[in-house]
Design a protein around this ligand. Structure first.
Ligand SMILES: [Zn+2]
Length: 162
């Protein structure tokens, strides 16, 4: 088997009084994502896509939100741990694609920084990571600025660090 593919999805509630982290970038906004960790839904979706491709379950099994160890943890640490599992698998990251769905704030100005941060955390070239941002056309909780959701897809190819 030369290729493995995984998908990931995550959604977090937006609340006042929290910093907003997406793609390991702190984004100035009046609200932030509620969560046991820093609430970085983009990184969580990416972790789930990678774990899915590896056939290793999901982020909740690896980093349970009932474990005080993960209270307030930077999601970049979780992504690095998942990257360790990819390295051990004998596969390497072929490409990654991400969709962020947020009514606010405008994320286009932060996409390049997200790409730089994530590719550096994963030790990959920026050309294999694509980030898309869109609104929810005002519909539902995401459109009503009550939440931000992310989807991610990961493709792994055989051959890599063991
Ligand atoms: Zn999450």
């Amino acid at each position: 088997m030369q290729f493995k593919v995984g998908i990931g999805y995550d959604i977090h509630r937006l609340i006042a009084g929290r910093p907003l982290f997406l793609g390991a970038v702190e984004i100035p906004y009046i609200k932030g994502l509620l969560g046991h960790s820093d609430g970085d839904a983009l990184i969580h979706a990416l972790c789930d896509a990678l774990l899915g491709a590896l056939g290793l379950g999901d982020i909740g099994e690896h980093f349970p939100d009932t474990d005080p160890k993960y209270q307030g943890i930077a999601s970049s640490k979780l992504l690095q741990a998942v990257k360790g599992l990819v390295d051990k698998s004998g596969y390497q990251i072929n490409n990654l694609d991400v969709v962020i769905i947020a009514q606010e704030p405008k994320l286009v100005p932060f996409k390049q920084q997200m790409k730089e941060n994530i590719s550096s955390l994963l030790g990959i070239g920026q050309e294999v990571l694509n980030i898309k941002a869109k609104t929810n056309e005002g519909l539902d909780a995401v459109g009503n600025r009550e939440a931000i959701a992310c989807y991610a897809a990961a493709s792994l190819v055989k051959g890599g660090v063991k």
